[in-house]
Ligand binder design. Structure first.
Ligand SMILES: [Fe+2]
Ligand SMILES: [Fe+2]
Length: 287
């Protein structure tokens, strides 16, 4: 099962926007490299060195008190070695999301602060739920960060129309998607997946973003079933984290089967949310 995109029409929609976030080529290449089980450290360092902002972030993190190094690290190779490839992967992801967000800063009526907090917390929760598999871990983090990027595209198309959508008052995911399709011709999940595919991100990320508001029965054998389940649960938990008044049932109703598949109980919600808040505080100090 793969995501079927009506490419020509979506590209017309994107082409009509004043500006579409460009392909962040170095970050895209790095993400591709990290998907390989035996990523070459020299190649990673070479790519990082081409992006001054990335160099700065990597050195800043390597020298942060969090890592407790006694001497200042000034060399990008040493910094990469001391942090490890996974930390570099997270920094790369954060930059990727920041680029998309900077693009959208000029949009009126778009709640960027909420968008940022929701995206990062979804990524952090997803990472926590990923278990030990490095492929799943790296994929769900990126998918979590970028899963709602299609919202930015809809808001770019018509910010006022986007802010007037009424789905926020609805408990049903399908209401939101239907309303977006009626207003814009596309929903944010499909549009976002298409942009990520244009950026050259892996199919595992594009597909899980494409289906993040859809329940997919296990028996359909979706290749990225675990990634999809983690993304759906993390998305719901992030909403509950910032709006506890939604109640646990918001998460349970929307992702009951995915919770069962991942063997997550409602008792786990509070520590997952606490952990996400702790990690988000740490990320904010590094930005
Ligand atoms: Fe979404
Ligand atoms: Fe979301």
């Amino acid at each position: 099962m793969t995501c079927a995109l009506d490419k020509s029409n979506i590209e017309v929609f994107l082409g009509n926007l004043d500006m579409v976030p460009g392909s962040p080529s170095i970050l895209g290449k790095l993400l591709g490299l990290f998907q390989e089980m035996d990523a070459d450290l020299d190649e990673v360092v070479q790519l990082i060195s081409q992006d001054p902002v990335l160099v700065l972030k990597v050195l800043k993190k390597a020298n942060s008190t969090y890592f407790g190094l006694h001497e200042k690290v000034t060399d990008i190779f040493d910094a990469t070695t001391s942090l490890g490839l996974y930390e570099i992967y997270c920094i790369t992801n954060t930059l990727l999301a920041q680029q998309a967000i900077q693009y959208a800063r000029s949009l009126q009526d778009f709640d960027m602060n909420w968008f940022w907090k929701h995206s990062v917390s979804t990524a952090v929760i997803a990472e926590t739920l990923s278990g030990g598999d490095p492929f799943v871990k790296s994929t769900v983090y990126t998918a979590g960060l970028l899963h709602d990027i299609g919202s930015i595209l809809l808001a770019s198309s018509d910010a006022r129309k986007f802010s007037n959508l009424r789905w926020r008052r609805s408990a049903l995911e399908t209401d939101r998607l239907n309303e977006e399709v009626q207003a814009f011709g596309y929903s944010h999940d499909k549009l976002g997946a298409h942009l990520l595919s244009l950026w050259g991100l892996p199919e595992s990320i594009c597909s899980s973003v494409f289906f993040h508001h859809q329940h997919i029965p296990r028996k359909m054998g979706f290749e990225f079933g675990k990634i999809h389940a983690i993304l759906r649960v993390s998305n719901c938990l992030s909403h509950y984290m910032f709006k506890p008044e939604l109640g646990m049932n918001f998460v349970l109703d929307r992702s009951e089967e995915e919770l069962a598949f991942l063997q997550i109980n409602p008792e786990d919600f509070s520590w997952l949310i606490l952990n996400s808040k702790r990690v988000m505080d740490k990320i904010q100090t590094l930005l």
